[in-house]
Design a protein around this ligand. Structure first.
Ligand code: SAM
Length: 249
């Protein structure tokens, strides 16, 4: 019980374990070596991060920069909890677009002092994909000047090269490129081939139904993938756009 309370009301350098902080703490006030943001994986059967600490970080640090579009609060929390719990050594994501998801991963990695290496991939500016940003000055603006490796090309092909070059222990993939069933299906199956251990977040997985005209590809392909490979899945609920987590370790 004391351990749970300690996680609920973690000490800052100024406060004790028995009193909840009265105001949102500065990131650098947390002593994360004393209070890691994840629960001890050795004592848990499911991924479990400290959502109180991460919620404060999201409200205090992330939302003022990123807002809640396209990633609502529950999706921000899933992204941050995934990084906090799994502690990947590399994140490979596509597509970069404005760079919001890359910035989220960068900020949470900094906050948790994890030093995760981040690669972000998008199609070249002249590619005709409906969601591609063609104007160079508008691309990746949220990670401009930050240590995020930006690549041009097909997400999966670049990811394959990045993995071959870096040979990470545990990569996290963030799949948010083309949303057709065929693309996501191919991406998930190829990720499984190139990574013997991986954590995967897929965006736009809330299923509105085919009559809605909204993306059904990510949900349908992820469902097929986890069924075929007997993998766990955790998803946000009750609204768009939706995000899901799966992993094999
Ligand atoms: C919904 S946006 C991604 C939003 C972005 N994650 C953010 O946080 O701003 C989709 C992006 O995926 C890119 N895209 C589509 N197919 C791709 C592919 N095969 N490889 C890499 N990027 C792709 C598009 O050009 C577009 O910029």
């Amino acid at each position: 019980m004391n351990r749970i309370r300690r996680w609920m009301f973690p000490k800052t350098k100024e406060s004790s374990a028995n009193s909840a902080p009265q105001s949102l703490p500065e990131a650098n006030k947390w002593d994360l070596s004393d209070y890691p943001a994840d629960f001890n994986p050795a004592t848990r059967s499911l991924p479990e991060a400290n959502k109180w600490i991460l919620s404060e970080f999201i409200l205090d640090k992330l939302v003022p920069v990123i807002g809640v579009h396209p990633y609502p609060l529950d999706e921000l929390l899933l992204m941050c909890s995934t990084v906090a719990y799994f502690r990947p050594d590399i994140i490979v994501e596509w597509g970069t677009h404005l760079g919001k998801s890359a910035r989220i991963f960068y900020e949470v990695s900094m906050y948790l002092k994890l030093g995760v290496i981040i690669h972000s991939i998008d199609l070249p500016p002249d590619n005709e994909h409906a969601e591609n940003i063609h104007e160079a000055s508008e691309r990746a603006i949220f990670v401009r000047g930050l240590p995020v490796a930006l690549h041009l090309g097909d997400g999966l092909s670049v990811a394959r090269n990045v993995l071959a070059e870096t040979r990470p222990g545990l990569p996290l993939f963030f799949v948010d490129g083309d949303h057709t069933f065929e693309s996501v299906n191919n991406e998930l199956n190829c990720i499984k081939e190139i990574a013997s251990r991986a954590v995967v977040l897929v965006h736009d997985t809330f299923l509105q139904g085919s009559e809605s005209g909204y993306n059904c590809g990510p949900y349908e392909s992820l469902k097929k993938f986890i069924n075929e490979n007997r993998l766990p899945i955790q998803s946000t609920i009750l609204g768009l756009p939706g995000m899901s987590l799966t992993y094999w370790l």
